[in-house]
Write a protein that binds this ligand. Structure first.
Ligand code: AMP
Ligand code: MG
Length: 412
């Protein structure tokens, strides 16, 4: 078995994945999809000069000397609600009542909020006054959102490879983009393996445990914006493993993922079956937790065999599978948000790249982010992962991180 660094292993794996096909979807279906093309603005935003306040559109020159003690009276010649394009033009001494978002009329170069006038009737349906007293001067452009201040036409506003956030959909709507080119979602088949595994609702039997990995990993896949086909549990025999792999092929998946059954134990059949119809590599990756990682191909579909221990399976997903899904999905963002945190206690490591379960919380006078390990770090102890909100990353080659030192952490 080759000894690989985490980065080498990830690079080798990623070289076998390529972005899935694209499709054009109605905007409403695009949340969390990955953009397949850059999006350039076809219009300016805002579309026209508009008011950011309910008030009166006025001319700066008319109110230069206006004060509360000596207000300036202006004649109100129009009432401009949002949604109308005013046809008037303000002459000296004139104002127009205007609502937030309404188009600013010609001749106006500022909007004075209603609070700075003598007109206090803000009830729905109230009529504009015939004249208004302005109690202060204004700056040129005050309370006007000029056309194009946010975006100019032609500007690239969203890049290919971006996973669309809710606010992105809003921007696309503002720009009138009703149909969006996105990647289809990657499709993964998932199975667990082991004679000891029971369904979650089956009565316990001596020597058996419940299959937890398929729940954790399926949810991780969906959280990574891919579709998952859950194939259930393979028994530790040739036929059972082969039957599930063939089902995965029938579903035309982009990746096959399994947990357990890929060590060197006497009952680990997955390797054999895959090799009969593809190829399989075992790598010893310089990481902890993480048994040897199985990577191969079954009938030309990439296969990743995660370890069986629940925490190892989770970490294996985070380190390798998440990035592979991102690449399939066409996304440029293949990892969890990474932050710097301060270790609350000394952490000893064996020199492998280590992923430790920790709770990160603001602490101390300056509210720095401090990491506290969550209990027993054995790879079968799922509760300590449940209590954690971060994985601390201790780099390869480091044997001891003293208390108070900073390390990188993934937020999980
Ligand atoms: P294996 O890789 O088959 O040697 O399994 C390693 C450890 O993980 C053993 O303790 C298994 O019982 C456990 N394990 C394997 N699969 C699962 C699973 N799907 N859910 C929970 N534990 C599992
Ligand atoms: Mg097993």
């Amino acid at each position: 078995m080759t000894l690989l660094s985490v980065d080498e292993a990830r690079e080798r794996i990623l070289s076998h994945f390529h972005p899935v096909t694209t499709e054009t979807l109605p905007l409403v279906e695009c949340a969390s999809r990955v953009l397949a093309q850059d999006v350039a603005a076809t219009t300016e935003l805002p579309l026209f000069d508009n008011s950011s306040m309910d008030g009166f559109a006025i001319r700066v020159a008319d109110v230069l000397d206006a004060t509360a003690a000596s207000p300036r009276s202006l004649r109100v010649i129009a009432d401009i609600p949002a949604g109308l394009s005013p046809t008037i033009s303000l002459a000296p001494g004139e104002a127009a009542r205007i609502m937030t978002g309404a188009q600013v009329p010609h001749g106006a170069d500022a909007v004075i909020p209603v609070e700075d006038t003598d007109f206090i009737d803000r009830d729905a349906g109230s009529r504009a006054p015939e004249s208004v007293l302005i109690s202060r001067s204004v700056n040129n452009g005050e309370n006007i959102r000029p056309r194009g201040m946010d975006i100019h036409a032609g500007q690239v506003v969203l890049n290919k490879g971006r996973t669309l956030k809710p606010q992105d959909l809003g921007l696309l709507a503002m720009l009138g983009q009703a149909n969006i080119p996105v990647h289809r979602k990657a499709r993964l088949a998932l199975f667990s393996s082991g004679n000891e595994l029971l369904e979650v609702d089956a009565p316990l039997e001596p020597g058996k445990i419940r299959d937890s990995n398929s729940y954790t990993i399926a949810a991780l896949i969906e959280e990574a914006e891919a579709d998952v086909i859950r194939l259930g549990v393979a028994k530790d025999n040739h036929e059972s493993v082969k039957a599930l792999l063939e089902k995965a092929v029938d579903h035309k998946v982009d990746m096959i993922l399994s947990s357990a059954g890929v060590s060197v134990g006497a009952f680990d059949f997955v390797k054999e079956v895959i090799e009969a119809n593809g190829k399989m590599d075992f790598w010893r990756v310089n990481m902890r937790p993480g048994k040897p990682l199985a990577f191969g191909e079954y009938r030309n579909i990439p296969f990743i065999g995660l370890p069986g221990n629940p925490v190892s399976a989770f970490v294996g997903f985070e380190v390798f599978v998440r990035a592979a899904i991102a690449k399939l999905n066409g996304s440029y963002n293949g990892s969890r948000p990474q932050i710097r945190v301060r270790c609350a206690e000394q952490i000893d490591s064996d020199g492998r790249e280590s992923y430790l379960r920790a709770e990160v919380r603001p602490d101390g006078e300056n509210s720095a982010l401090v990491a506290y390990l969550t209990g027993h770090q054995g790879s079968g102890n799922l509760h300590s992962l449940v209590q954690a909100n971060a994985l601390l990353i201790i780099p390869a080659g480091v044997k001891c991180v003293p208390a108070g030192q900073e390390v990188n952490a993934w937020l999980i």
